[in-house]
Write a protein that binds this ligand. Structure first.
Ligand code: NAD
Length: 373
């Protein structure tokens, strides 16, 4: 294991680590501890290269995503990102805000597919707002959201007609953008329970109709995967009423944005959910923000960040079973009632700090035998 700033010329595989702001710094520390230990266990060498994004990049380079950072990323196989934003930068001009760095990063790396797995740990079921009878069915959803097209990137503006002001935002998709996100959904569905629900508004929107046509055509090549359709209004109800119905949810940028936040609430805490964005270089980041209300207090839940790291090691660096193994470790820790403060629910819960939770993961890893996995 070798942690170094970008030195160029190295043949070693690298991860670009962008801690960002607020609790990003605290949870990334735990991810680095975890990655170091995993490299030891799997006998692999990976170089970690730090790069700046968000508020800390504004302070140092006067921009939320400096060229220096993009240059570092170009030599890396994946990006591991904490979170960006904070009170300090709330009033800077719109295009220089920390979050703009994140949007530009996704665009620059062509990260067109955002994957968000939604699972509920048995050990945390009581924190979920869902009723017990709904929770007793296995909830295991993968949301595949198109990330670089649609209404967030379409033409927008305002004009005046007959003294009235009109504003517009255009939802637009090229066929190639739809094809590539459909392919991701079908490939993932194949590795899971082989069902895709395409969520759209095809009763009204032309772009949704094109989504359906392309998905139907692709389904002919994936005969083992069942493709079905659901309007977004119905889907937003079914995610609450019957979440175990879903396997892969495939959807456009704006519907995915809203539905994935809705689904994340089912799990009990925003701190436990990972996400990955697939592109020229994949980005792995927890779904939460920089949580300025708890920053610097060693209170943040590092589970989402550690699970992101596991996904990254497995998908980009061939650490076999890293995700399943790490998930099992997290379950064991939660079962022993060790929890960060956001997960405290019962009398017997033992509240641990961010760094202590990270240490517990390392303790379990110290006793792992890869042959058992
Ligand atoms: P947030 O996700 O940062 O926080 C929402 C609530 O959840 C807060 O009460 C926070 O304490 C809690 N929380 C979040 N992550 C937690 C964790 N790991 N452990 C325990 N509790 C956790 O959302 P917000 O408050 O709306 O935004 C704060 C800042 O983060 C803003 O500047 C916003 O723009 C930015 N943001 C960044 C990202 C990102 O980097 N991907 C995403 C969302 C928001």
């Amino acid at each position: 294991m070798n942690i170094a700033k970008n030195r160029g010329g190295s043949n070693m595989e690298s991860i670009c680590v962008m801690q960002g702001d607020g609790i990003g710094k605290e949870i990334i520390k735990e991810a680095i501890k975890y990655i170091k230990k995993m490299c030891e266990i799997y006998n692999k060498n990976i170089e970690l290269k730090k790069a700046y994004i968000g508020g800390e990049a504004i302070d140092k380079f006067n921009t939320p995503l400096p060229e220096e950072s993009l240059n570092i990323i170009r030599g890396c196989k994946a990006v591991l990102l904490g979170a960006v934003g904070g009170y300090k930068w709330d009033n800077v001009e719109a295009e220089k805000r920390p979050e703009q760095g994140l949007l530009r990063l996704r665009k620059e790396l062509n990260c067109y597919a955002n994957l968000r797995p939604i699972n509920i740990y048995d050990e945390l079921k009581e924190l979920s707002p869902l009723k017990e009878r709904i929770l007793k069915n296995n909830i295991d959803i993968l949301i595949v959201r198109e990330l670089t097209g649609g209404i967030y990137f379409g033409e927008r503006g305002r004009f005046e007609v007959d003294g009235k002001i009109k504003a517009f935002d255009v939802e637009e998709y090229y066929d190639y953008e739809i094809k590539r996100i459909c392919k991701i959904a079908f490939e993932y569905a194949r590795k899971r329970r082989k069902k895709i629900t395409l969520v759209d508004k095809a009763n009204v929107l032309e772009s949704s109709k094109l989504f359906r046509e392309i998905a139907k055509e692709m389904a002919l090549k994936y005969e083992d995967v069942k493709l079905e359709f659901m309007y977004v209004d119905n889907a937003s109800m079914q995610i609450i009423k019957n979440p175990s119905y879903f396997d892969v949810i495939l959807t456009n940028n704006i519907f995915g944005d809203i539905l994935s936040d809705e689904a994340s609430v089912l799990t009990g805490s925003i701190g436990i959910l990972p996400s990955s964005s697939i592109g020229d270089v994949n980005i792995y980041e927890p779904i939460h923000g920089s949580a300025p209300d708890i920053q610097g207090q060693n209170k943040a839940n590092p589970i989402g960040m550690i699970i992101c790291s596991a996904l990254m090691l497995e998908e980009c660096f061939d650490f076999k079973n890293a995700f399943r193994m790490t998930n099992e470790i997290i379950k064991k820790i939660l079962k022993s009632n060790y929890k960060t403060i956001d997960l405290k629910d019962k009398e017997e819960d033992i509240v641990v700090k961010t760094s202590e939770f990270g240490d517990l993961v390392i303790n379990y890893l110290n006793n792992i035998n890869l042959n058992d996995n």
